[in-house]
Design a protein. Sequence first.
Length: 411
Amino acid sequence: MANTTVGPDEATRLRNKVVDELCADGTISSPEVEAVMRKVPRHEFTPGTSLNKAYDTYTAVITKTDEQGVQLSSVSAPQIQAMMLEQAQVRPGMRVLEIGSGGLNAAYLAELVGGDGEVVTVDIDPVVTDRARRLLNEHGYGRVRVVTADAAEPIPDLGDADVVMVTAGAWDISPAWTAQLRQGGRLVVPLRMRGLTRSVAFIQVAGERGTHLESESARICGFVPMQGSTAHREELLLVNGTPEIGLRFDDGLPADPHRLDNAVTTPRHELWTGVTIGLQELLDTLQMALAISLPGFCTMAVDEDLDTGLVAPTNRRFALAAVEDDTFAYLVTRRTGDNKHVEYGVHALGPNAERFADTFADVLRDWKAHRRGGPSPLIRVHPADTPDDRITADRVIDKVHSRISLSWPSA
């Protein structure tokens, strides 16, 4: 092995240990995905990385950063790769387009489609594709076609794909992805909606209101953001014009952001809701409830070096927040007396802090009563020119190429 002095038996042991963990926690549910993850030597696609790091079940291996240390490319954690492979439901003989190349996932896909299938992996960065091509060739996957291109544009000579798998964080759905997807095909993409990323498995369906994508599943995840023409950065609003408190908006700033300039001059209002959860409970539906119900939903971060205590989020790097005119509020937690649960609270600052905190808390209580432990919202992707009367949803998010609707399933 090129990247370690530890014998191959140890690599096999660690690989099987990872797969055993993913089978036990339910991430892997099919024998096909289990088999390919036991077979393909993950460590051979992360050269220069220790075996223990390569086989960390829940941690990605970063393969490229820019001069500021921003992550540009990575080999996703085994848990994320297994999750998306299960969502993709790849079968022998299929044609698969992978967008975002690293080599390893393309090897998994090549095993799943077999000798009669086809895998095309695309990345905008020639350094990434050169690396992927070399690693795939070295380990017996030379039949995978590696393309250097902006995948927002159609891939020449591809034909209709049965599965399009995107392995970079996407803010929008490129029309090229759906144009290259056969009717009834499957698109799996880490899609960012109001600052929250979900790996969504979409099926392309045709209905009375036209062709659209409809979600089959959505799982919490995190990904290196996409580069190229579909790249999109969140917009940052500095509260009071100083870098201490930043609010990040995924789909544009509030209409008059300067109304928040004096919010921090008012006393902080604190409200505890009585809504508690277990320490290991998933927050998927809670996050989406806030994103759907609060028009000014955003996320908040506090500069640790400049923190004066004006706000006190539980996590200074990431707090769920919202803005309403001249007031903002954010979610906090505290341990309960049994030390096995946390209680949710709301902090708010601004002239209408008490009223807005109550609004925020009402969403939490409604989630507890109606959404907790239930299914995720149904996600549909419509073309950008789809009129309002053709979309039924609890929240519509307008992007450049698409209109994304979020709808809670009927009771």
